[in-house]
Ligand binder design. Structure first.
Ligand code: ATP
Ligand code: SKM
Ligand code: MG
Length: 168
């Protein structure tokens, strides 16, 4: 495997946390989730941070935790909005390999239909869709590798990521 961290990027529900954890297990490297680090740093859930401190403050904490993650080999699941701050691209590009997990909006809507822990998913359909459309080109630009997940289950997505990692 690459001697550098692997950063998974993609929209909410693209599978970064679930497949990231599985990949790290197979590779016996640490699994790191920026959302978890943000919650630990703020001592609050993501929903509470958004409600009480606002999205801008959430983004500040997110960039700070991204910057501070060890540069040892690991699998890092980023938050879906990591592309909201330009600086995050520089941090990831300089330190590791960036893999974009793509899923169509319909696939995501299907995966997240019962979810209420994501404040930006928990808004009306038009806004969610606009957010998706706005971010899509950014994920594609930032991803050094792109993995299509629509027609893949968790296991198959993990195997595809492993194949990419073997080659970098
Ligand atoms: N390829 C897949 N096949 C089937 N289910 C999937 C797939 N990828 C993700 N899921 C399901 O979608 C849900 C959300 O996945 P996950 O939490 O990993 O997304 P995420 O990219 O980490 O989202 P966020 O940006 O909000 O952290 C989970 O229930 C997960 O099991
Ligand atoms: O897409 C987003 O902006 C977010 C995705 C989640 O991973 C969390 O980071 C939070 O809910 C915001
Ligand atoms: Mg996640």
């Amino acid at each position: 495997m690459t001697v550098r961290p692997v950063y998974l990027i993609g929209f909410m529900g693209s599978g970064k946390s679930s497949v990231g954890k599985m990949c790290a297990g197979q590779l016996s490297v640490p699994f790191i989730d920026t959302d978890t680090l943000v919650e630990q740093k703020a001592q609050q859930s993501i929903s509470d941070i958004f409600a009480e401190q606002g999205e801008d403050r959430f983004r500040d904490i997110e960039t700070a935790v991204l910057q501070n993650i060890s540069r040892e080999p690991s699998i890092i699941a980023t938050g879906g909005g990591i592309v909201e701050r330009e600086r995050n691209q520089k941090i990831m590009d300089e330190n590791g390999v960036v893999i974009y997990l793509h899923a169509d909006f319909a696939t995501i809507a299907n995966r997240l239909q019962v979810d209420s822990s994501r404040p930006l998913w928990n808004q009306d359909l038009q806004k969610r869709h606009a957010l998706y459309e706005q971010r899509l080109p950014v994920y594609r630009r930032w991803g050094q590798h792109v993995i299509e997940t629509d027609d893949k289950g968790l296991e198959e997505t993990v195997q595809t990521i492993m194949n990419v990692i073997k080659q970098v």
